[in-house]
Write a protein that binds this ligand. Structure first.
Ligand code: SAM
Length: 237
């Protein structure tokens, strides 16, 4: 298979929109990881705390449309002046009604939205105020609404950066209390002079019955592949 054929094959599996980036936004590598998580989650409702210039919001929407994950709502939260500026400067958000720009102070704006909407959350991005108390409150607000096995992408979880100690402590505290799996991304010991990024991925635990079903599913897959390989070896087609 040559490079063009390989690219075509990858393009059939997952498509990425053009990605824009600016300081303060989620970076390219992180967007690629988020894209993979969207493919796994097949979301119907995504929450993003901290809209800023809407670059990640736009990425989410374009990724969903390119990969035909359709029927997904995106609710993104920021302060009124930030949202007003965004809608004044860009017609994209007016034309794409599947994106809801929610104005107000977090976490109250998020609490109100979830209570009014009464829909489960499939995937969340936490990226507003980077203090211990704010991150912990947002995570606790999302928790009861997040589907079992659902993911929360916590931006700026930077273990070696003293400016983000609060984010790390809040995410760790939350994961421990609510028994979430936690995967720090880019958890390297880079020295302070280098430009680093860091995030953490949280996954809500599955119920015992769901866990058992998952184990059975994997066991069946192993049995199936053993059988298929044995048949291939002894019965030439
Ligand atoms: C780091 S930026 C978000 C970046 C965005 N997720 C992206 O990837 O482009 C953080 C945003 O959180 C907003 N924010 C901070 N504290 C907030 C609060 N208490 N309520 C609502 N929004 C807040 C800020 O106005 C800012 O736009």
């Amino acid at each position: 298979m040559n490079a063009v054929q390989t690219n075509k094959l990858i393009d059939q599996i997952v498509r990425f929109p053009k990605m824009a980036h600016q300081p303060g936004s989620i970076g390219y590598v992180e967007k690629i990881i988020i894209g993979q998580l969207l493919m796994i989650s097949q979301p119907k409702l995504i929450i993003e705390t901290g809209t800023f210039h809407g670059q990640t919001t736009r990425f989410l929407n374009e990724f969903i449309s390119l990969n035909k994950l359709g029927g997904c709502q995106i609710a993104t939260f920021d302060l009124p002046n930030v949202i007003n500026k965004l809608t004044e400067n860009s017609s994209y958000f007016k034309n794409n009604t599947e994106i809801e720009l929610v104005k107000g102070w977090l976490p109250e704006s998020l609490k109100n939205y979830l209570n009014e909407n009464q829909k489960p959350v499939d995937f969340a991005i936490v990226d507003a105020l980077h203090t211990y108390s704010a991150v912990l409150k947002e995570l606790k607000t999302i928790h009861p609404w997040l589907k079992d096995g659902g993911y929360i992408f916590c931006h700026d979880y930077r273990e070696n950066d003293p400016n983000y100690e609060g984010v790390v402590y809040a995410v760790d505290t939350f994961a421990k209390k609510f028994h979430y799996d936690i995967l720090p991304l880019n958890n390297s010991n880079l020295n302070a002079e280098e430009v680093v990024w860091g995030s953490a991925l949280l996954r809500k635990p599955l119920k015992k019955r769901q866990q058992r079903l998952k184990v059975i599913f994997y066991q069946l897959q192993v049995v199936y592949s053993l059988m298929a390989n044995t048949i291939k070896r002894y019965i030439p087609l």
